[in-house]
Design a protein around this ligand. Structure first.
Ligand code: NZQ
Ligand code: ZN
Length: 393
């Protein structure tokens, strides 16, 4: 086990009607003037926004709201939010939604006390963030894990660049999680979420670090629980128990726990972000599209790890490690397909891409040669290109 620091300070308030505790949670964490951030309207339609606003008023808090965050949220929207927060003199940012809304709220939170700095410079790591504003979350979709993660992902639409930025300032003060709020999701979004939750653990699980027993056990059991309850949720999204398991797994999968003590990989995420940046596809769909090709290209770095994944998560054990590794890749890709998720470019709806586009995706992925991605098998521009090429069908 490698040395690590583990800091996961977000207070989790879980269960039916948990959103009614929002005012107390904000007050506990020092807020009095609240900017509420929400997405394209699902929380208006479901009545959640109104319930939250009423709770804040009842709790004696002032609030104003900004809605319209899109999936793969835009930097420009976060900047609009900073202006609104500043005009309102907000001291607390409340995200009511999923990863896109939460990440936008984090961007607003960072920009508010730093008016002299273009927040994109934090994302490009040209400037170090030293102060921010507290953020709370009312979660409406089990997927990105942003409700407890140290990360926020924004897209600069002008260049099609999608970047994830990690800092301890990104950890929300609290996350309110009522699984009933996910009953209104579209089936496709549930599938995207299942893939993303799995991938936050898989991108940590595929590591060359040896001897990490408890972390491996946590990761493998999380994957089994997500697969089992993902199947139930796809049949009946009103199954409270299944939606609860997915919601809690979504947070645990990305709060750092399933990768402690080991190097993490995250190459599929980086490869997927380029697809979302260029084609504006859903995050979960970008991951299911790329994972099988990534696995095919990388599994030889340590086929035993794939065999362990096969045995402990899928119950697959063939006569050789190589056979098991290949079978588990097929099984995992088949599971994504059974959820209705794309596993190649044409299924993703972007068609077969030109050689030039594949090269461009690969170049962007490695920041034009300034970085490599992954650690299970370190990918340079050529490696990234080969994976895009495998998915280009
Ligand atoms: O915008 P509304 O109308 O609310 O609709 C949303 C949106 O269209 C809808 N939705 C959410 N909750 C709903 C609902 N519809 C009905 N009922 C509900 N209860 O779902 C759609 C997708 O929402 P979004 O917030 O985009 O989903 P998700 O949570 O998957 O977030 C994806 C974003 O998070 C980033 C992704 O890259 C992507 O930009 N990620 C953030 C991470 C982080 N900060 O730690 C890590 C992840 O790896 C990921 O990269
Ligand atoms: Zn993700």
């Amino acid at each position: 086990m490698k040395s690590f620091n583990y800091y996961s300070p977000t207070e989790v308030i879980f269960g039916k009607d948990a959103e009614l505790k929002v005012a107390d949670a904000i007050k506990k964490h020092g807020g009095s003037r609240v900017l509420i951030v929400y997405g394209g309207g699902s929380v208006v339609k479901s009545g959640l926004l109104e319930r939250v606003e009423q709770s804040l008023t009842k709790g004696g808090l002032s609030s104003t709201a900004i809605g319209g965050v899109s999936p793969n949220p835009h930097l420009s929207f976060a900047k609009m939010g900073i202006k609104k927060a500043s005009e309102f003199n907000a001291d607390f940012i409340l995200a009511v939604g999923g990863g896109s809304v939460i990440d936008t709220a984090k961007g607003i939170a960072h920009g508010l006390p730093n008016p002299e700095t273009d927040i994109w410079l934090y994302w490009t790591e040209e400037v170090t963030l030293t102060k921010s504003t507290p953020v709370g979350v009312v979660l409406t979709i089990s997927a990105a894990g942003s409700e407890t993660s140290d990360s926020a992902v924004l897209t600069d639409k002008a260049t099609g660049t999608k970047i994830g930025y990690s800092t301890e300032f990104n950890r929300p003060k609290f996350a309110i999680m009522n699984p009933e709020l996910t009953h209104t999701l579209m089936p496709y979004q549930i599938s995207c979420g299942i893939v993303d939750i799995m991938m936050h653990t898989l991108d940590r699980y595929f590591t060359l670090t040896e001897g990490n027993e408890i972390t491996d056990e946590i990761a493998e059991s999380l994957l089994r629980v997500v697969i089992k309850n993902g199947k139930i949720a796809k049949k009946d999204q009103h199954d409270y128990q299944a939606m609860s398991e997915l919601m809690w797994c979504g947070s645990i999968s990305h709060n750092g726990l399933t990768g402690l003590g080991a190097d993490t990989d995250f190459a599929p995420h980086q490869l997927g972000h380029e697809l979302s940046g260029m084609f504006d596809v859903a995050h979960g769909a970008s991951l299911s599209t790329i994972w099988g090709s990534w696995a095919e290209y990388c599994y030889e770095a340590k086929p035993q790890r794939f065999a362990q994944f096969g045995k402990n998560v899928w119950g697959i054990e063939k006569s050789t490690v190589e056979e098991t590794a290949r079978a588990v890749i097929e099984e995992t890709v088949g599971f994504f397909a059974s959820l209705g998720m794309p596993t190649c470019f044409t299924e993703l709806g972007i068609g077969v891409q030109s050689e030039e586009t594949l090269r461009k995706l690969a170049e962007r992925c490695v920041f034009y040669g300034k970085r490599t991605v992954g650690s299970f098998k370190v990918l340079d521009k050529e490696g990234a290109y080969q994976i895009y090429k495998l998915a280009n069908r």
